[in-house]
Design a protein around this ligand. Structure first.
Ligand code: KIV
Length: 273
């Protein structure tokens, strides 16, 4: 087992070996995705939606990211652990961004922090990298900018918008990012960005031409209320319906006094004399 580090990411891009990343928000999920051999685990602020049931990611706090990341950390050995800096934790000032990034890494054990944004966060990325923390960028559809984008809309659809995404990507690479998430953009745009960058790109809703892919764990395994599943999500399992079926069976057996049967019951030991 060779630990995945930011050096591995660069090497896999060089050798054209696709990178795999999924989200996790707790210990058992981390344990299982590690066992499955994923390269990177992201504690995404998507936890606001898939774990907390919020409509968007904006209310997630630094404390909540630390809480979930600490649990995930305990399930990982090989995979690289990345944590999202939540909305409001890195755009007020560069000093506050560095302070929050230090806090998150110190208290959670994450190895990389992820920030959403383009050229406007270059100074912040440089400062966090100089402070000794690897940074993953995130451009295209940025869930933390939902109110500015007017919804979860595919980005980079015009020539000008695609050019702006490329400029953002190049600026983030120059600022020291170790990798970039490309979310919600046409495949031609992500391919064009991927070929112009030295650092790896990790796509979500951005086509097959990226250096790797990421999916939200709950989407991948079909665990949740199933509302609003984007076009790019492929369900590799149907955990949600399995959970419903299991709990229905349990309820039926309890109501019929079939559970707990003798196999699941403690009894007083007979005297042996
Ligand atoms: O919050 C998250 O889970 C993410 C991924 C979708 C990339 O940012």
């Amino acid at each position: 087992m060779k630990k995945v580090t930011i050096l591995t990411l660069a090497l896999q891009k060089q050798n054209k070996i696709p990178l795999t990343m999924v989200t996790a928000y707790d210990y058992p999920t981390a344990f299982l995705v590690e066992k499955a051999g994923v390269d990177m685990v992201l504690v995404g602020d998507s936890l606001g939606m898939v774990v907390q049931g919020e409509e968007n990611t904006l209310a997630v706090t630094v404390e909540e990211m630390i809480y979930h990341t600490k649990a995930v950390k305990k399930g990982l050995r090989r995979a690289l652990l990345i944590v999202d800096m939540p909305f409001g934790s890195y755009k007020i000032s560069v000093t506050e961004a560095v302070r929050n990034a230090h806090r998150v890494v110190k208290e959670s054990g994450a190895e990389v922090v992820k920030l959403e944004g383009g050229q406007e966060i270059v100074e912040t990325v440089q400062a966090i990298v100089q402070a000794g923390i690897p940074v993953m960028g995130h451009i295209g559809l940025r869930p933390q900018a939902i109110n500015q984008m007017g919804g979860y809309k595919v980005q980079g659809k015009t020539r000008e918008a695609a050019q702006k995404l490329l400029e953002d990507a190049l600026a983030l690479e120059k600022a020291g990012c170790c990798a970039l998430v490309l979310e919600g953009m046409p495949d031609k745009v992500s391919e064009m960005i991927t070929t112009q960058l030295q650092i790896p790109t990790i796509g979500i809703g951005a086509g097959v031409g990226c250096d790797g892919q990421v999916l939200v764990f709950h989407d991948l395994v079909g665990f949740g209320d199933g509302k609003c599943v984007p076009k790019f999500v492929k369900r590799y399992a149907d955990i949600g319906n399995q959970v419903v079926e299991a709990v229905q069976n349990y309820c039926e057996e309890v109501r019929a006094r079939q559970y707990p049967s003798a196999d699941y019951t403690y009894t007083v030991k007979e005297r042996e004399d």
